[in-house]
Design a binder for this molecule. Structure first.
Ligand SMILES: [Zn+2]
Length: 202
């Protein structure tokens, strides 16, 4: 399994637990379970995990289930200084980020001295990087990356324009909080479609 599936499983499990706490109607609960089963099957979650999710009765069963899921998730590849050198040839002295939890959909970190946010993610087996300036101003809004309602800041990437000395810019509002944002990514499509909108093509 990958971390996209892990986040999806957690969201679907929470959905069922919330329904269990608000409804006693077996028909309603069966319908909820049916939707969850379809969603997890479409995301190619292993059958034994789907069965465990559908069998959830209370919140105490959630943590043990999630730790089984986590054990089965492939860790994110190491983001070493060599990787960073390859991704950003012109950047000097990029330090490898500290990754406390390798079961993630992407690795991101902020360089506060330059207000730069760096993203490293995996696409077709290759590590890819996107960096941009993150404004210090925060507003309430929908994040263009995880699509959750959060405190968001404007993220701007740029590439060289057709005319020497000019630039094209791409801006999107994204979560100020990297961890919340990362947990909100429950499909590869969310990540890749966002990166398409901000990734310089040069
Ligand atoms: Zn976000």
């Amino acid at each position: 399994m990958n971390a996209f599936q892990m986040h999806l499983i957690e969201k679907q499990a929470m959905k069922l637990l919330n329904s269990l706490s608000t409804s006693k109607d077996e028909k309603v609960l069966e319908a909820v379970r049916g939707l969850i089963e379809t969603t997890l099957t479409e995301a190619e979650v292993p059958q034994f995990i789907i069965e465990d999710v559908l069998a959830l009765k209370d919140r105490q069963q959630l943590e043990p289930l999630l730790s089984v899921v986590k054990e089965n998730v492939q860790p994110f590849p190491e983001v070493s200084e060599q990787v960073l050198k390859r991704l950003w040839k012109k950047e000097k002295k990029l330090k490898a980020p500290k990754v406390a939890n390798p079961q993630v959909t992407f690795v991101a970190w902020d360089d506060s001295s330059t207000r730069t946010r760096f993203f490293v993610y995996e696409q077709e087996g290759e590590l890819t990087g996107v960096k941009g300036i993150l404004s210090t101003e925060q507003i309430k809004g929908v994040c263009a990356l995880c699509r959750q309602h959060q405190s968001v800041s404007l993220f701007t990437t740029k590439e060289k324009g057709d005319v020497e000395g000019t630039y094209k810019k791409y801006s999107q509002y994204i979560c100020a909080d990297i961890e919340k944002c990362e947990k909100g990514i429950d499909s590869e499509e969310k990540l890749y479609s966002f990166m398409e909108t901000v990734k310089p093509r040069a």
